[in-house]
Design a protein around this ligand. Structure first.
Ligand code: F6R
Ligand code: MG
Ligand code: MG
Length: 364
């Protein structure tokens, strides 16, 4: 059975500030999704939130980039914005950057990760959702999952994974993409992946079968809008088990926290903290950046789940280390590398301060 799994997300208002989502907004999204399911457009759906981002997880048979599915997501977000406006939530409708829907939500503000596949005998998927960070945040964990034998022993000892994976990487500044084969080309690939503010993994394929293994949202809100709107707060779908990494191999990279860009005012480096669903609330210095992992078995398109995969004491030490890193970085206040380099900050007063002080600068 051919299934498309679409995850479309947007920040349509924060409660309180930019910390989390309001239940009434999510309830409205559920009503919209339920009616689309009744009409037969969706096979199934799951509505959730990560911080201030509403997440629509949908299964259907319309394929990727389908106008009806994207319009459903857009209309849902527009209706949810009405609820957010009534409650005067902070930044109501902030990610809806277009006045009207025009065929595909890509480029209109919401983040999109989609994949189409033939449902396996047991179709295990994990959906990662992050808040207060950018799409490049997936580069390091995805590299570990699909190319690092110190993380994924299956690459070494499972014959159905032994030939490796192909990584599709996008240059988000120039809107170009390139495919690398791992393990053969990892040294070339890491030149790019190691610079996640510019190069993001978009898709990963099982090399032997060319089957889709992972799909990420790479939409950069600031590049779409030409000004700061909010962080991209990306999502990522990973297929698991069999010829794909096991659930434990997929979660393992998050056991040692990665430092990502985002956090307060989208202008800092901070640890990406893996948390259970109920802790996906960005409160300390508007963070630190968070990631949740929702596990599902997909059964004839039905979403059996969500299983809260970071709700496990085995990730307590990662959370503890993330807090220590957060303390350490916070001590640096407005200094780099806690604060992002000038050209990467999402907020800046540099032009106005520079203009004011220009007459006082002297040649050296
Ligand atoms: C970061 C984020 C927050 C806001 C901050 C100021 O992605 O969303 O840290 O940047 O709370 O928000 P505004 O400018 O809306 O008052
Ligand atoms: Mg927000
Ligand atoms: Mg957010």
């Amino acid at each position: 059975m051919e299934i498309t799994l679409s995850v479309i997300k947007a920040d349509i208002g924060g409660y309180v500030g930019h910390s989390s989502s309001h239940p009434d907004v999510l309830q409205k999204a559920k009503e919209y999704m339920e009616s689309a399911k009744k009409q037969g457009l969706l096979i199934d759906y799951h509505v959730t939130a990560c911080g201030d981002d509403a997440q629509l997880i949908m299964t259907h048979q319309k394929g990727e980039d389908n106008e009806q599915i994207h319009k459903l997501a857009w209309d849902t977000f527009v209706e949810c914005t009405e609820v957010a406006k009534k409650l005067k939530l902070h930044g109501a409708g902030q990610d809806l950057l277009a006045d009207a829907f025009s065929g595909n939500v890509r480029g209109m503000g919401p983040g999109v990760a989609e994949m189409q596949f033939t449902e396996r005998q047991a179709e295990t998927v994990i959906i990662f959702m992050a808040d207060k960070t950018a799409s490049g945040a997936w580069n390091l964990p995805l590299y570990k999952m699909f190319a690092d034998p110190f993380n994924t022993i299956g690459l070494v000892i499972a014959s159905n994974m032994h030939s490796g994976f192909a990584f599709e990487v996008e240059d988000v500044m120039e809107a170009k993409k390139i495919k690398f084969n791992a393990p053969e080309e990892i040294y070339d690939m890491l030149v790019f992946l190691g610079s996640p503010s510019r190069y993001s993994i978009t898709n990963i394929f099982h090399k032997e079968s060319n089957e889709i293994a992972a799909a990420c949202s790479t939409q950069h809100l600031a590049l779409i809008a030409g000004r700061y709107i909010g962080k991209d707060d990306p999502v990522c779908i990973v297929r698991s088990q069999g010829k794909f990494p096991a659930v434990g191999e997929i979660l393992e990279p998050f056991a040692s926290p990665n430092i990502v860009e985002g956090w307060m005012r989208g202008s800092h480096h901070g640890p990406l903290m893996p948390v259970p669903f109920h802790n996906a609330r960005a409160t300390r210095f508007d963070g630190p950046p968070r990631v949740i992992a929702a596990g599902f078995q997909i059964t004839e398109g039905k979403l059996v789940g969500a299983n809260d995969l970071f709700a496990d004491p085995a990730f307590d030490e990662a959370r503890h280390q993330a807090n220590l890193l957060a303390d350490f970085l916070r001590r640096m206040g407005p200094f780099e590398p806690h604060r992002l380099p000038l050209e990467q900050m999402e907020y800046t007063t540099m032009p106005e301060v520079m203009k004011k002080l220009a007459p006082r600068f002297q040649s050296v």
